[in-house]
Design a protein around this ligand. Structure first.
Ligand code: 8YV
Length: 323
């Protein structure tokens, strides 16, 4: 039997590309360039499966009047707000993601951002590299303590829970969570967290806020000027979820005018473009969407995507079907 024809839209870790080649007739993207919508449409019309990433254009319009050959679009990543899920469903295309394998890795990066923003690590590094460090003094690069402070988590899925464990058991933080549905008391107990009813209840109580909710229309600008205003002026906002969850222009104003003290961001509204105002904010730590970027996790994500298409071609429902 002929192997299914599969397209990897970006360069994947070598071991995963090798594993893919054993199972499928694979086409690679040696230029490692993101796909435009028209390239994505022709890929969906010519391959049996397309394995996409957050950088490919799979939004509204991709599936309109499409004559797909592909019946599965496997996303390399847990978040899928960049994909027109309804359009894919209407076109008869199964969409999968890669949950679980990146929980710890992403929570580690959220904690990194929280610590960097609290301790002004980016600023300090910039000072040293610029040759501007004049030596130790009691008032130099004074940040804020993390241990024992209150962390608010918005969105309490697997990554939010991993963040809560780190904060509570690692740093003795009090953890408050806001989630659309009631969280199982056993999960709250195990992560040392307390649920509050609304985002408005959460924000004024917290020294740090970390976002772990999905992106997409439903959470667009969940953190806007009004909600930034509800945060303590000493508070720090961390975003490893999706750029659109935060109104970036409002965040720039808040950071420049002392509405909040700092931010740690791994995701942005128009990646890879960054709001120019953010680049001017010394109190913002800016990372290039690195939440899942460890060797182990990137291999884990690839293997998980391969497993999903393997299950699909074996006639089973993939473990991580999202539509
Ligand atoms: C991925 C992510 O690297 O999984 C996600 O949702 O944001 C990142 O970990 C990215 O989505 C690759 O497609």
């Amino acid at each position: 039997m002929e192997k299914p024809r599969v397209l990897l839209t970006r360069k994947w870790p070598e071991s995963v590309e090798k594993a893919a080649a054993e199972l499928f007739d694979v086409t690679y993207n040696p230029d490692d360039r993101p796909m435009t919508q028209s390239e994505m449409r022709s890929a969906l019309e010519s391959y049996d499966a397309v394995l996409a990433t957050v950088t490919d254009d799979v939004k509204e319009g991709t599936f309109t009047n499409l004559k797909p050959m592909a019946r599965i679009l496997a996303n390399y990543g847990v978040g899928f707000s960049h994909i027109d899920i309804e359009g894919a469903r209407a076109a008869g295309i199964t969409v999968t993601n890669t949950p679980d394998v990146l929980n710890d890795c992403t929570a580690d990066l959220a904690m990194t951002l929280l610590m960097m923003a609290a301790r002004r690590a980016g600023e300090g590094e910039r000072e040293v590299r610029a040759g501007k460090w004049t030596g130790w003094r009691p008032t130099h690069m004074v940040g804020t303590s993390v241990t024992g402070k209150t962390l608010g988590i918005i969105g309490f899925g697997r990554i939010g829970q991993a963040m809560a464990r780190r904060a509570h058991f690692g740093f003795g933080m009090k953890v408050l969570v806001q989630s659309r549905s009631p969280v199982d008391p056993a999960v709250l107990g195990e992560t040392g967290a307390v649920q509050v009813a609304t985002v408005e209840d959460l924000l004024p109580q917290c020294d740090f806020i970390s976002l772990h909710c999905p992106g997409g229309a439903v959470n667009k600008h969940l953190i806007d000027a009004r909600r930034l205003d509800l945060m303590k002026p000493t508070a720090i906002l961390v975003n490893t979820a999706r750029g659109e969850v935060v109104d970036e222009a409002a965040l720039v104003d808040a950071l420049k005018n002392g509405v909040i003290a700092g931010a740690g961001l791994d995701v942005f509204e128009a990646e890879p473009s960054i709001h120019p105002g953010l680049l001017e904010c010394e109190n913002a730590v800016l990372l290039p969407h690195m939440g899942s970027s460890t060797r182990e996790t990137r291999v884990g994500m690839g293997m998980r995507a391969l497993k999903n298409i393997q299950q699909f071609f074996d006639g089973a429902e993939p473990d991580d079907k999202v539509n």
